[in-house]
Design a protein around this ligand. Structure first.
Ligand code: GLN
Length: 500
């Protein structure tokens, strides 16, 4: 770290807000909150829009959703690397924000070409935005600053406040007005987030500045400035992504290659190290690989459960019909907001008594919780009246699923920072996101198993069985994986050494 950034951090410690965090945290909080508002607001509509408005066969809808979700979480590997080496976080977030705003506005246009182009812009934008805004949160603190964990909890709260508001608002606007108005609303908030970030970014001081300003201005291949070259090359990937959507079958190969290559790379790095570092990296690799399966089950939320909520959940409350997409996309982040402080307190309470489970046990628990959540949905299908499950049962299923999220998502982020060798933390964080990309890809394949034939989409009793059996199977398989993972905890504990 440079001495100027040390000074910067000190100044901001002195000028900390009422609860002891530098005010820049709130700039990053609000920027990420509005970005996630638009990201999840749009994602809430995506599958239903393809199936109900564009007339895609359900299987194709799932394939495009899978391709989108996979690419949107693959790009952070590159966006993170380019920011580390050239752009710095500030420029990367700004560029990402501009691309994402453009993407959402394009999606709001009711013209034929807008759909894949809008998605491609969002995919590229997220690659620059998502990893780097989180890195800048970390950059506000010294590594051993005790406020760092709480800063990430506050930031995770921002993510979920945005997600809850975005899912509810965009779902409602799409329901009450039009799909394109829903996408447009997402765009308005993405622009707001980008403008807010740009207005406040000077206050970040040296955090997120380019590592070597001179290199930005150097000419790439003797032709154009390095930074402009990055922007141009990014824009040039947009037609490639559109081509991938048009030939979405290719994504199977792309994701398989990316997954296998990352695994080989992690093994290669691990076996170059001495025993202690190797074992830690092997433990991280093992747990990251399992997280793929977690996201594969969890992400039914953005896929099959959107259509399930529309078709098979009783949305009547006090004589009013709630918009199903809003409900399905509001409940999970709302549970995160409610439960994250409960979990923070619980871990602390357990650790005071020496009972806090280690990371591998928490990972195993996350599968058990998700399994119970899906079995709750299944129970709902058994209780259904006229093909509709009671809303409280749907909400209760998500309660368990979110308990699962809180045992893996924040725990995984911190696990990556603890088990990776210092010089590889950024890259392994990228691979953590890549694991969720793979998981979301698999999730869409599982969702496709619940595709409902066109003849029965408007008949709740007839569509219910297409969901019930698969929801039950996900429940049992997830609990089985959790139980299997428990068996590996002694080995993982040995590999992790002094890390819990
Ligand atoms: N829901 C979290 C977010 O949006 C985690 C997503 C993930 O890791 N795939 O940041």
């Amino acid at each position: 770290m440079t001495s100027s950034s040390s000074e910067f951090r000190q100044e901001n410690t002195i000028g900390a807000g009422a609860i002891g965090h530098p005010r820049q945290l709130y700039l990053l909080f609000f920027t990420e909150m509005w970005e996630r508002f638009s990201f999840y607001g749009m994602k809430a509509l995506l599958l239903a829009y393809m199936v109900m408005e564009l007339g895609f066969a359900e299987e194709k809808g799932y394939a495009i959703l899978g391709a989108y979700a996979a690419l949107v979480y693959t790009m952070p590997v590159f966006g993170g690397m380019l920011a580390d080496r050239l752009l710095g976080g500030q420029k990367a977030v700004l560029f990402g924000g501009i691309l994402m705003s453009a993407g959402h506005i394009v999606l709001a246009l009711p013209v034929g070409w807008s759909f894949y182009t809008g998605l491609a812009l969002i995919i590229c934008g997220n690659g620059f935005f998502k990893p780097n805004i989180s890195t800048m949160v970390g950059g506000l603190y010294e590594d051993n600053d005790p406020r760092k964990d709480s800063a990430f909890s506050i930031f995770y709260m921002g993510i979920n406040v945005g997600a809850a508001l975005g899912g509810a608002a965009c779902g409602w606007v799409a329901h009450a007005w039009s799909w394109h108005a829903g996408f447009g609303l997402a765009g308005v908030f993405m622009i707001l987030g980008t403008v807010v970030f740009n207005a406040g970014r000077k206050s970040l001081g040296t955090v997120g500045l380019p590592p070597s300003p001179g290199r930005l201005k150097e000419k790439w291949g003797g032709l154009i400035r390095n930074d402009l070259a990055v922007y141009m090359l990014t824009l040039m990937t947009i037609p490639v992504i559109i081509a991938l959507f048009n030939r979405h079958q290719v994504m199977d190969v792309v994701m398989l290659v990316l997954g296998v290559a990352s695994l080989f790379y992690l093994f290669y790095e691990a076996f170059r190290m001495e025993a202690e570092g190797r074992n830690k990296l092997l433990a991280a690799t093992f747990l990251i690989s399992f997280s793929v399966l977690f996201w594969a089950f969890y992400e039914q939320n953005a896929g099959s459960l959107n259509l399930f909520a529309i078709r098979n959940v009783d949305m009547m409350v006090g004589g009013t019909e709630l918009p199903a997409l809003s409900v399905n996309n509001f409940i999970p982040p709302a549970w995160v907001i409610v439960l994250s402080s409960v979990f923070a307190w619980l871990w602390l309470w357990l650790s005071r008594r020496g009972w806090e489970p280690g990371t591998p046990v928490k990972f195993a628990l996350s599968f058990v919780f998700v399994g119970i959540g899906f079995l709750t949905f299944f129970l709902g299908t058994e209780m259904a009246a006229a093909g509709k499950i009671p809303l409280p049962v749907f909400v209760a299923g998500y309660f368990f699923i979110i308990c699962g999220e809180l045992c893996i998502s924040p725990i995984g982020l911190s696990m990556v920072t603890k088990l990776s060798p210092r010089h590889m933390v950024g890259l392994i964080m990228g691979i953590w996101f890549l694991a969720s990309a793979l998981g979301e890809f698999v999730s869409a394949k599982i969702g496709a198993l619940m595709a409902v034939p066109a003849e029965v989409v408007n008949d709740a009793e007839a569509s219910l069985p297409y969901y019930a059996g698969i929801l039950q199977q996900i429940g049992y398989i997830s609990i089985g994986i959790g139980a299997g993972l428990f068996l590996f905890t002694p080995l993982l504990r040995r590999w992790m050494g002094n890390i819990r």
